[in-house]
Design a protein around this ligand. Structure first.
Ligand SMILES: [Zn+2]
Length: 569
């Protein structure tokens, strides 16, 4: 949605859906139909159209909740409900996180990763900020793969799709996708134009020879070669007569420039490695050359990038001057460091994953977007986290707690609650009648509850017990027990009424599924409620433990095992 639009907060949405679902259920013998609910809601509130996907996602769980009620409960709920939808007036998406772009009559922005690994939380900044600007000004957002280094920062074939998927997930589907490696002929075309102009030359010096000369502000012997000779040598680079490291094509700048990094920089080098996409060229443009050409050819108007790339910009400006082009408007941001993630090297990670030190690129310990997605983060939380960082030139150091706080605001109102007991020990309970525990599915409504049958024993966590003496304990939403003996653990039933001062502890049925939660700090293993299995793919809250996404439900010899990925506390 372009400027001025805005999304409705999820908690408001689920309220609106619930009201619609209750109405629909009452009309249809107590069973609401999700399609009917969603289309009715959007019909009444066309401004929600843009959020149809989000609504469908929310509707499923809300409708399940409504359909679990009796018809009477549904009627009562609809009547007594204070679900006044007036305050749902669409909140304009908060402006002000990002400054206005100068010269925004026409906006075309790009995010240009090298796909040599998956997108990280750091990449999310480039994706979110650029696409946000494109949306704000009705411009276009380009995803360009700067993939012209087949050797040192060799692209990963899978990463192209991963980036695209991550962009879409973040609500930033690109308008245009370009692979630089598809455009080699274009780069050659410009290289030859520069050679003909005398603005580029083939240098056959060794690296150290050239450096020695350059550092003292002296041009190498090749610098004054005639264009015809340069063109001949360039053809020899292309056809293989010149080998790797025997020659490079340099862009002529000012050999006495105050900044040695700008002096006659390399535009192309020879790399005798087949590109992972099977592209059989041997002379590859350096990133500065490739991206300078692409930004011009794609009509990029604004480049938003790290301030560490200033030298790049200066180098590219020489090229723009030779070609008679205007350099895009640039904005710079400082580095972001996230406390919880140290420096990650993509190539190091790749080998550590191959060695089995991580479960994959989506291991919960990694800062990749696919890991955050698997852990159940909402893309909206990531978007807000990024936008609130702004685009200042100063470096920012930030804690993941900020991201957790954003995400908590979104999942807390909708995530179903369950008991999960880690390090479980069995507590046998004397004198207890078989009964059913009925804790609410969400604290906002006690009318919708889980059902956990309990006979003569429950599982409790060893840690919970170690800190309590031999006394009265309340099993949450069940009944009280008095602990009689610690080893083996025995207790006796001590009434249903909530007793003041009794410690409340969580529990799970001994025959509940085994639950394994993969967290950034390791794996927590325990027992959970049977209902968790129905939450496959969703984020739930394990009470007093934290949020987690139900990743897999496995059946093995009649036993259920549930794999979860920890979101945050
Ligand atoms: Zn030279």
């Amino acid at each position: 949605m372009v400027n001025g639009g805005g999304d409705v907060e999820p908690q408001f949405l689920s309220t609106a859906i619930k009201k619609q679902a209750l109405r629909n259920a009452i009309l249809h013998k107590g069973k609401a139909d999700s399609n009917a609910v969603v289309s009715k809601l959007i019909g009444e509130r066309p401004e929600l159209k843009g959020q149809a996907r989000q609504i469908l996602g929310l509707a499923e769980s809300v409708i399940a909740e409504v359909n679990a009620m009796t018809l009477d409960q549904q009627r009562q709920r609809l009547q007594q409900t204070t679900l006044d939808l007036q305050p749902i007036a669409v909140k304009a998406r908060k402006k002000g996180y990002l400054p206005e772009l100068p010269h925004h009559e026409r906006v075309s922005v790009r995010f240009a990763p090298n796909p040599n690994g998956p997108a990280t939380l750091g990449s999310a900044r480039g994706i979110v900020v650029n696409s946000e600007y494109a949306k704000r000004y009705g411009g276009s957002f380009i995803l360009r793969f700067d993939d012209t280094d087949p050797q040192t920062k060799r692209p990963m074939l899978e990463a192209y799709d991963w980036y695209l998927e991550d962009c879409k997930w973040l609500g930033a589907a690109p308008d245009v996708v370009v692979n630089a490696s598809d455009r080699m002929e274009t780069y050659y075309h410009y290289a030859e134009e520069l050679i003909a102009q005398g603005a580029a030359y083939v240098c056959t010096c060794s690296q150290s020879q050239f450096k020695k000369l350059k550092d003292t502000g002296v041009g190498c012997p090749d610098r004054d070669n005639a264009a015809e000779k340069n063109m001949r040598l360039w053809k020899q680079m292309l056809d293989g007569r010149l080998g790797e490291k025997e020659a490079v094509l340099r862009i002529k700048t000012d050999i006495t420039d105050k900044n040695p990094a700008l002096r006659d920089w390399i535009g192309f080098r020879i790399v005798d490695t087949i590109h992972p996409r099977g592209i059989a060229f041997r002379v590859w443009p350096m990133l500065d050359f490739e991206s300078a050409i692409e930004d011009h050819d794609l009509g990029v108007t604004h480049i938003i990038r790290g301030k560490d790339l200033r030298d790049s910009e200066r180098r590219q400006e020489f090229l723009y001057k030779y070609m008679g082009w205007t350099y895009p408007f640039t904005l710079h941001w400082g580095r972001i460091s996230i406390h919880e993630f140290g420096k990650f090297s993509t190539s190091k990670l790749r080998s550590e994953i191959a060695q089995g030190l991580y479960r994959g690129w989506d291991d919960p310990r990694l800062p990749t977007l696919m890991a955050l997605r698997r852990r159940g983060f909402s893309p909206e939380a990531i978007r807000l986290f990024i936008l609130k960082l702004g685009i200042n030139e100063s470096d920012v150091s930030v804690s993941l707690e900020n991201l957790y706080a954003e995400n908590r605001k979104l999942v807390d109102p909708i995530a179903h609650r369950y008991f999960f007991v880690s390090d479980p020990i069995t507590m046998s309970i004397m004198n207890a009648k078989p009964t059913t525990g009925r804790p609410p599915l969400h604290p906002s409504s006690s009318a919708v509850f889980r059902e956990i049958p309990v006979e003569g024993s429950v599982c409790v966590s060893a840690q919970d017990l170690s800190s309590s003496g031999l006394d009265l304990v309340r099993l949450k939403d069940l009944y009280n027990v008095r602990i009689v003996k610690k080893e083996p653990l025995e207790a006796e039933y001590a009434g249903d009424k909530i007793t003041k001062g009794a410690r409340i502890i969580h529990w799970a049925p001994p025959n509940g599924p085994q639950v394994e939660v993969f967290t950034p700090n390791g794996v927590d293993i325990g027992i959970g409620e049977p209902g968790i299995a129905a939450e496959l793919g969703r984020v739930v809250q394990f009470e007093r433990y934290g949020f987690a996404r139900v990743d897999q439900v496995l059946e093995h010899h009649g036993q259920t095992k549930i794999i979860c990925y920890f979101t945050h506390k």
